[in-house]
Design a binder for this molecule. Structure first.
Ligand code: PNS
Length: 161
């Protein structure tokens, strides 16, 4: 049976840390669905969700990841329902620090309760451990260089804005 995992997030924008997590998930699972979720706690982002999907698709292709990695705009709703719909048995999340673990643990428990879906935590490469979309957005808005933190597809999208 094919093992399907979901890598969810706001991805506004996708960072090298996210790509690291996606690569790890692709090594562990037969199919990986990278899902752009509209997080109501983070309104008014840098890129519209459809643009985020396009940027991630470009970044995944540029990184030479397999066709088993697909990118989807989930919109709003319960992630557990999305997992059930696509037969996903796992969520894959990156843990950069104890703060991430504190943030992720309740969601993992709720998702297990709702859909029996397991959350698999992976550690990013140390050089990606301090990267966050929030900081990247801030640096972009102030005209700084984010090239060390994001895939080329993000830089192209920033230039095209
Ligand atoms: O990149 P983010 O914003 O930290 O990702 C958070 C996200 C989108 C994964 C989280 O907010 C989420 O899972 N939202 C879906 C709504 C949901 O299912 N909530 C209930 C169980 S956690």
């Amino acid at each position: 049976m094919s093992r399907v995992a979901v890598v969810p997030g706001s991805f506004d924008p996708v960072t090298l840390g996210h790509l690291d997590v996606i690569e790890r998930a692709a090594r562990l699972f037969d199919e990986v669905r990278v899902v752009v979720v509209h997080n109501p706690d983070k309104p008014g982002g840098l890129f519209a969700p459809a643009q985020r999907v396009a940027i991630i698709q470009q970044a995944v292709a540029d990184a030479g990841l397999p066709a088993s990695v697909v990118v989807d705009d989930f919109g709003a709703g319960l992630l557990a329902d999305y997992c059930t719909q696509f037969g996903a048995t796992a969520l894959v999340k990156g843990i950069r620090s104890h703060t991430d673990l504190v943030y992720e643990t309740p969601m993992a428990i709720v998702n297990e309760h709702l859909a029996g879906v397991e959350t698999v935590f992976v550690l990013p490469k140390p050089e990606n451990a301090q990267v966050s979309s929030t900081l990247v957005r801030q640096v972009i808005s102030l005209g700084g260089d984010v090239a060390p933190f994001v895939p080329a597809a993000v830089l192209e999208a920033v230039r095209a804005r």
